[in-house]
Design a protein around this ligand. Structure first.
Ligand code: 3H9
Length: 698
């Protein structure tokens, strides 16, 4: 029929196949192809039923996200779906892979749905800052009831075929899509089944119409973690319309909500983040045709907090792990923590009841570095000093098989120096996981001077396989994330010397959307670590030092920048800290001033952005979007603000450069002067996005 949609006829059954790699997204051409094929099948007197299916790896994965923000092209998706629903001949959607967003909405417009057993069905639009805009909020509650619909639409996670069958979203599980769809269509014809138009079927809405709490409770559960986001609340409103209003009015409400979101700033940022994440997995400077090395077993050295979390990430993906410790006692403790962690997740229903045993069975705890010998990838997660790292890498070099990739989980040490102690620096790189490693999605992959391209790709591929988001970075102190964090930390401390209080600084940062402010974060990590390191280097930081001298090491001592009630992690402002700050400032002869929140925000964000610009100049990160990915997935940067470099563009680089210059002078800190790249972009009224466009064009 068209290049992207094909129509064939098998003995009275028309098969409409969408074939638009990679994910059969609903571009204008696909929409047109579906519409024309279905019209032709309806007009063909030979055809009695229609099967809509897809070629390639997946059913339609949604609207074509790249079309948002551009002038609309007809036919609109909603119109195509109405055509399907109004077809006088039965239409069966036959689903494999993922039927997502507009893809599931197309399937909901069909009269019947079948799927293979590992198919997934979902409406993930909220993750892009949107709500389903082609009838999903009106038809899904009619298909599965408002409770599950809210879970899928407001939460955004897909369900599997078995759950879909249980709740009536699909009619049957089939072995293969085209054949299964065809067989099902013949059954519909043989049994003269009436065409089920979801728009006309309110039966599953009745319970929630009578008892509104079914809906409100489901919404409350799904919006618990939606602080700052607009889409989940707008999506819930649209589902409410399905319960309260006739179908056509509900559709109008959905359309209005969708249009508001798709033209708004949050969705723009979230769509940017979607593509930034995928872009980050594309490694620059690697010869074409380079393939990752196969990885079937991983060895992890160190069963502490980091090593344990990393081991769990691999076990969660079904990859066998050799977990190595120096003694039985440490090993037992590490394995015990992992077991407890799995058990409590299973008790909460986060993983199936048999998952803890299955996953623990994949982790083989042993003592002695010689056990790295079978591993294709070895990740060191031991104590963070160069001497210990060198000792471990010397031993790994002696035992590891040829071709194994040797990774360090260091968060700031020089990988080149670590690689030098081995006879195979080409196999050495960094894999910097973030704590807790079984939860946080980021993995900074550190490319050292001599890292071989295929070793690098191995780390990137395996990170994706264990559901992490990889971002390749170069060697420098703290790599990308922690280096930028240090720039922020320096300002946070300085603000205390000028008159701000920890709770004021943290409140500004959390109001912006970060999960924690710098001082609460310091308390969580432990203030003694920095104190010891300052002592070793002969450096002073009078307020932080005074806290540690008073035994306030953070959460672990129940007191730090805040106080903590026994058993609680909630930071409570402590008047003693204010007194301690006042005393310290008096001793130093400094006067407190009122620091406005706006200044705090600028001084928390702009120095980080400035450091990001330096990182780009030094080619430690290849793209501004890689920096954003690091902050989104490693530090909880609010997704609706896109990441620090995206945020910088939205504020305007000219303004940021001016403010940095101002603060450099006001606080007598030349490091705050705009980095040359930032200054240049600001002077030409450019942005980090223009930098990316130029790099792509070159
Ligand atoms: C929607 O449907 C709105 C409607 O309700 C209303 C409309 C009026 N569009 O992720 P991968 C690209 S909103 C364009 O690496 P995987 C992706 O960029 C949409 N491109 O593969 C990448 O390109 P490249 C609701 C898309 O196997 C390539 O495909 N749907 C789209 O790991 C491979 O992607 C969603 O939100 C798209 N919709 O995962 C689903 N999707 O190779 C979004 C992917 O150049 N998609 N691409 O980097 C996904 O979640 C995953 O891509 C999927 C496959 C699970 C499908």
């Amino acid at each position: 029929m068209t290049d992207v949609v094909k129509l064939e006829c098998h003995d009275a059954i028309a098969i409409v196949t969408v074939d638009s790699p990679p994910v059969n997204a609903l571009s204008a051409a696909v929409r047109r192809g579906i519409s024309e094929s279905v019209k032709q099948a309806i007009a063909d007197p030979e055809v009695q039923a229609i099967v809509l299916t897809c070629a390639g790896r997946t059913f339609i994965a949604g609207a074509d996200i790249t079309e948002f923000g551009k002038p609309p092209q007809s036919p609109g998706l909603g119109d195509v779906i109405t055509e399907l629903e109004n077809s006088p001949k039965p239409i069966v959607a036959a689903i494999h892979g993922t039927a997502l967003g507009g893809g599931l909405e197309v399937a909901l417009g069909c009269h019947f749905r079948v799927a293979v057993k590992d198919a997934k069905l979902g409406l993930p639009e909220v993750k892009l800052g949107l709500l389903p805009g082609a009838g999903g909020t009106q038809r899904l509650p009619r298909a599965v009831g408002p409770e599950l619909a809210v879970k899928m639409i407001v939460g955004g996670d897909p369900i599997g075929a078995a759950v879909a069958l249980e709740h009536g979203l699909i009619d049957e599980i089939v072995e293969a899509t085209a054949a299964g769809g065809e067989a099902f269509a013949r059954k519909v014809l043989a049994e003269s089944r009436p065409l089920r138009k979801l728009r006309d079927d309110d039966s599953k809405l009745q319970a929630a119409k009578a008892d509104r709490s079914i809906f409100t409770q489901a919404v409350a559960a799904m919006t618990k973690k939606a602080r700052g986001l607009e889409a989940p609340f707008a999506a819930a409103d649209a589902v409410a319309a399905a319960i309260d209003l006739p179908f056509d009015e509900g559709m109008k409400k959905e359309r209005d909500g969708f249009m508001k979101l798709v033209t708004g700033e949050q969705s723009k940022a979230q769509r940017y983040a979607f593509f930034a994440e995928r872009e980050a997995a594309k490694v620059s400077g690697v010869p074409e045709g380079t393939k990752p090395r196969p990885v079937t077993r991983v060895a992890i050295i160190g069963a502490g907090t980091m090593g344990g979390g990393i081991a769990m990430s691999f076990a969660n993906a079904g990859i066998p792990v050799t977990l190595i410790e120096t003694g039985e006692e440490q090993l037992k403790r590490g394995l015990g923590v992992m077991q407890k962690n799995y058990d409590s997740t299973a008790a909460r229903g986060g993983i199936p009841a048999d998952a803890p045993a299955k996953r623990m069975a994949l982790i083989n705890g042993v003592v002695g570095l010689e056990h790295v010998k079978d591993a294709d990838l070895i990740i060191e997660a031991v104590f963070e000093t160069m001497a210990v790292k060198k000792e471990v890498f010397t031993a790994i070099d002696a035992y590891a098989k040829p071709g194994a990739v040797l990774a360090s989980n260091t968060s700031y040490l020089n990988i080149d120096e670590i690689a030098q102690v081995t006879k195979r620096p080409e196999d050495v790189l960094g894999m910097h996981f973030f704590s807790p490693a079984n939860v946080m999605k980021l993995c900074e992959i550190v490319r050292a001077d001599k890292t071989a391209p295929d070793a690098l790709l191995t780390a990137v591929a395996i990170a994706r396989k264990i559901a992490k988001v990889p971002a390749v970075v170069g060697v420098c102190d703290g790599f990308v994330g922690n280096r930028m964090l240090a720039a922020r930390g320096k300002q946070a401390e300085q603000l205390l010397f000028e008159g701000a209080l920890p709770q004021q600084v943290d409140a500004v940062v959390t109001k912006f959307g970060m999960p924690m402010g710098p001082f609460a974060m310091g308390d969580l990590a432990g203030l003694d670590i920095g104190w010891r390191s300052r002592q070793d280097r002969g450096i002073k930081s009078e307020i932080a030092d005074a806290l540690c001298e008073a035994g306030r090491f953070g959460q672990k001592t129940g007191k730090g920048y805040y106080k903590y009630e026994a058993g609680s992690r909630a930071p409570l402002p402590d008047p003693e800290v204010e007194t301690l700050i006042n005393d310290t400032l008096n001793k130093l002869g400094l006067k407190r001033r009122e620091v406005p929140d706006e200044e705090i925000l600028e001084r928390m964000m702009y120095p980080m952005i400035n450091e990001g610009a330096r990182i780009l100049e030094e080619k430690i990160a290849a793209r501004p979007s890689d920096i954003d990915v690091i902050w989104l997935y490693g530090y909880g940067w609010p997704i609706y603000r896109g990441g620090p470099m995206f945020y910088a563009d939205s504020v305007g680089l000219k303004h940021i450069a001016e403010r940095l210059s101002y603060y450099a002078k006001a606080t007598n800190d030349p490091t705050l002067e705009p980095a040359p790249l930032l200054a240049r972009l600001a002077a030409e009224d450019g942005s980090f996005a223009t930098l990316t466009q130029r790099a792509k064009a070159a």
